[in-house]
Ligand binder design. Structure first.
Ligand SMILES: [Zn+2]
Length: 97
């Protein structure tokens, strides 16, 4: 008996960029237009918690590696994200330099 069968077309597809961005990716994003509004039920790209309809959601058009993406943030997470990208913010890990 030959037990061979065609293989190779199945398997889990790696999930790139359809939701979860690493911290490093978030830092390398180039932000474009931004606007705020009510939460529309998508998770925040910073803390990954859903932005509820009662909360303000910041939506940011951005580019990551030349590809357009849209980021969603809580207002507080947007601030934190912006500050984390801000090169002038003192970085404790760089203090030794
Ligand atoms: Zn958040």
């Amino acid at each position: 008996m030959i037990g061979s069968r065609p293989a190779g077309l199945e398997g889990p597809a790696p999930e790139h960029r359809s939701g979860r961005l690493s911290v490093a990716a978030l830092r390398s994003v180039i932000p474009g237009r931004m606007w705020g509004g009510k939460g529309c039920g998508v998770p925040c790209d910073y803390c990954r918690v859903l932005v509820s309809a009662e909360e303000i959601e910041y939506e940011v058009e951005a580019q990551l590696d030349g590809a357009p993406i849209t980021l969603h943030f809580h207002a507080r997470c947007y601030d934190t994200w912006r500050l984390s990208r801000e090169p002038r913010v003192p970085d404790p890990t760089a203090a030794a330099k």
